[in-house]
Design a protein around this ligand. Structure first.
Ligand code: DGJ
Length: 732
């Protein structure tokens, strides 16, 4: 891994074993994007990649009309001169001009990767793991400076980028748009993949062939959202799960975002991702600076499974932090679907005791333990225990759970308040609200203005007090509505364009303060399920509740879709009650377990209500989970059959050293007299002999001949029925 600087040509070559990223300072003084992709040989000069062609109607440079920005690939494009594509940034000066001209001044190359102030970012554990190039650009007319930062990782085919603006001029300037990355690609022979959905159906892969014009996704909801996710893939049309070239772009951010690809008149593609420019406006006073979030580019020529695995590895090892980042996640039992808010200390202890008997390691008390929280109309904001339900306090309950030998976890929704709460009665001005206007409600609640220090301090004090007093081991941090009327009461008009970004910065800050105080605490982020499952959150909470849809069949799609961008260890997945609360569907406890294993694993039901046979199965599942979760949560995950395309879903995880694998397949509806189906496994060592329960096969057999998954008439006494599943372990 290296950053090579060619002084004569003013070109920079960032490379590791797999990828090259080449930047050249162009004749107008701005950095041009010369190449990104598979590693190429280094050379002194790649200027042949800079375009000099005079074409009709193309606007060129004042001193050399053969050089047009529109015809070239740019690193961080502006708008307003000779390029008509959408820009990466836009600055509004006090005289009303939007035209900027930032030119290269100097560069620095250093080992390692600097952290970003107040923002999540990939990190290194020692300096040899990465190299960072910083390009300093300056606008001589206005004094605005910009630092474009690029890190190449040694062990990952990844480039991390961010931008910092510094106002070294005399006047204020307003940043109206500031993407975290912009990447101009020479062609558009790509299929764009986004991960879309809604509450309860998160991260459905949607594919579109790029063509002339703009393809874009984003969120203006105040969180990254279940509707779109700040992660996209551009893959070649013939790329599939196991073959072909693809680029992934992820924004390490949890607020409003925009990700777009613009295909121009000449067939080039401009990919960018960053804070959504709508409702964003950041006044920068003299000597102030603004830091964009980080964005990541990942590249592969080995298909989408490889792309995902690279991101999974990076997120597990160098984005998630703290005691739990690579630790096996505890088998959890959450009371939410079992009791909703209708519980007492006695009733939750009964559920917990049964969990203990089954082998559960962490009991989590969900919503309803505080204030007058008996339904979702009241109580949010009042983070004081409800002693009608819990007469001995959280401490009393936690002590009993700890006494049983389990960890204890608690639910919070810090960012919200109900009108019916003591907090709102005391501080009606602590919410986000447009002056003089009605405020919209979501789940009967309002959003706190997290950017106010007094709000943040109140939440910090309350959470800190409860966590320390009850010695809490795990926090589920929920967020159950999107932001509306995003106005910070009491701040001047010119500051309002900062409110969305300030909100998420404040959420990050609150996490950071609690992490500093309680380094052993396991955080699970949640936003009505997967509405804030993004790379930014993984920096604070190594796992996130995947979806409020706990139906095993639905979860196949949600977990399959989520796996494109996020590791198995980051996806909360529980066995819940049947008929399922969201779908009314009845599936076997075996299939529910076989789905939840491919997440953090856990339960969300009253185990006392199970029959003896089902309870015995739960005990066996937990034994299985404890034995194989290390492999499942840290191995290489392969998608084999997509539930979006087939009556079957299949996936597997292979340990890094290829000595073990867990393979699972799921048949959604029973088939009568079906055709024969085999699925070929992936990622194994072809020369190794792998044992299953009653046979042994070479990796080459499993990967080329495959495993039979269709029903075989005559081999069984009765049909398996719908929602059948099977897990096979291969050990060598
Ligand atoms: C939404 C979460 O996704 C659920 O798991 C549960 O915690 C509820 N909120 C509680 O209100």
């Amino acid at each position: 891994m290296d950053v090579i600087y060619h002084e004569k040509s003013k070109q920079f070559h960032l490379c590791n074993e797999k990828i090259s990223y080449i930047i050249g300072i162009m004749q107008n003084g701005e950095p041009g994007q010369l190449y990104f992709g598979k590693r190429v040989h280094d050379r002194e000069d790649y200027s042949y990649l800079i375009n000099h062609e005079i074409r009709a109607m193309v606007v060129g440079d004042s001193s050399d009309e053969s050089f047009s920005l529109e015809m070239n690939k740019r690193e961080y494009p502006s708008f307003g001169t000779s390029d008509y594509r959408l820009p990466a940034f836009e600055l509004l000066y006090d005289n009303g001009s939007h035209v900027s001209d930032l030119r290269f001044v100097s560069h620095s190359i250093r080992r390692g990767k600097p952290s970003l102030e107040a923002l999540p970012a990939v990190y290194t554990e020692n300096e040899d793991e990465a190299a960072t190039l910083e390009l300093l650009l300056r606008d001589e007319l206005t004094g605005i400076e910009m630092i474009l930062s690029y890190t190449i990782m040694r062990d990952h085919p990844v480039i991390a980028r961010n931008v910092r603006f510094v106002n070294k001029g005399k006047e204020e300037v307003s940043i109206e748009r500031c993407m975290s990355l912009s990447l101009d690609l020479p062609d558009h022979d790509y299929v764009w993949m986004q991960f879309s959905g809604a509450w309860g159906r998160e991260k459905t892969p949607v594919e579109k062939k790029l063509d002339s014009g703009i393809t874009a996704i984003g969120s203006l909801r105040g969180h990254s959202s279940a509707n779109q996710n700040p992660f996209v893939i551009l893959k070649r049309p013939d790329t599939d799960e196991s073959r072909g070239e693809a680029i992934g772009a992820a924004l390490v951010y949890s607020g409003n975002f925009l990700t777009q690809a613009e295909v121009d008149t000449y067939g080039a593609t401009r990919l960018m991702t960053g804070i959504h420019p709508e409702r964003f406006s950041w006044r920068l006073k003299k000597d102030e600076s603004f830091q964009t979030p980080e964005a990541l580019l990942v590249w592969t020529e080995d298909g989408l499974n490889d792309l995902s695995q690279n991101l999974h590895r990076l997120y597990r090892k160098r984005l998630s932090r703290g005691a739990w980042k690579e630790k096996e996640r505890p088998v959890l039992l959450n009371n939410w679907e079992a009791t909703l808010m209708d519980f007492t200390e006695e009733s939750v202890l009964k559920i917990a005791e049964k969990g203990k008997e089954a082998g559960v390691e962490l009991f989590v008390l969900d919503d309803g333990w505080f204030g007058k929280r008996n339904d979702d109309f009241a109580g949010l904001g009042d983070w004081y225990v409800n002693t009608d339900k819990l007469p001995h306090g959280i401490r009393g309950l936690a002590d009993k759970i700890h006494g049983m030998g389990m960890m204890f976890g608690l639910w919070f929704e810090p960012e919200m308040v109900n009108a019916d709460s003591d907090l709102y009665r005391a501080h009606p001005d602590w919410i986000l609200a447009a002056p003089g206007r009605e405020r919209s409600l979501g789940r009967h609640q309002m959003v706190l203005d997290m950017s106010k220090d007094e709000v943040q301090d109140y939440l910090y004090e309350r959470m800190h007090a409860i966590i320390s007093e009850a010695r809490i081991d795990y926090v589920k941090w929920d967020m159950n509505r999107t932001i509306s009327e995003c106005y910070s009461l009491g701040r001047e008009a010119a500051e309002q364009g900062k409110t969305y970004h300030r909100f998420i910065l404040a959420v990050y800050r609150l996490y950071e303060r609690l992490i500093a105080d309680f380094p052993e605490l396991l955080f699970e982020s949640c936003a009505s399920g997967g509405s804030r499952l993004d790379a930014g959150m993984l920096y604070y909470a190594p796992q996130a509740w995947g979806s409020d849809d706990t139906d095993a069949v639905e979860r196949l799609k949600i977990q399959y879709g989520t796996s494109y961008g996020y590791p198995i260890s980051s996806v909360g997945a529980h066995v819940s009650e049947c008929p399922n609360m969201q779908t009314g569907r009845i599936s076997s406890i075996a299939t529910r377990g076989n789905v939840s294993f491919f997440g953090t694993g856990g339960y969300e039901l009253d185990l006392n209500k199970l029959g003896d046979d089902e309870f015995e199965q739960v005990k066996e599942q937990i034994v299985f989970l404890k034995k194989y979760r290390g492999l499942i949560q840290s191995g290489n995950f392969y998608r084999l059959l997509s539930p979006f395309k087939d009556n079957y879903c299949a996936w597997m995880v292979v340990s890094e050293d290829k000595s073990e694998a867990v393979f699972a397949y799921y048949r959604i509806l029973e088939e009568v007299n079906p055709g024969h189906r085999r699925v070929r496994l992936q990622g194994l060592d072809p020369d190794r002999l792998y044992r299953t329960r009653d046979e042994a096969y070479y990796g080459s057999e499993l990967m080329n001949i495959g495993v039979e998954i269709s029903a075989v008439p005559g081999k069984k006494d009765a049909p398996d029925g719908d929602f059948f599943s099977r897990i096979m372990v291969f050990e060598s």
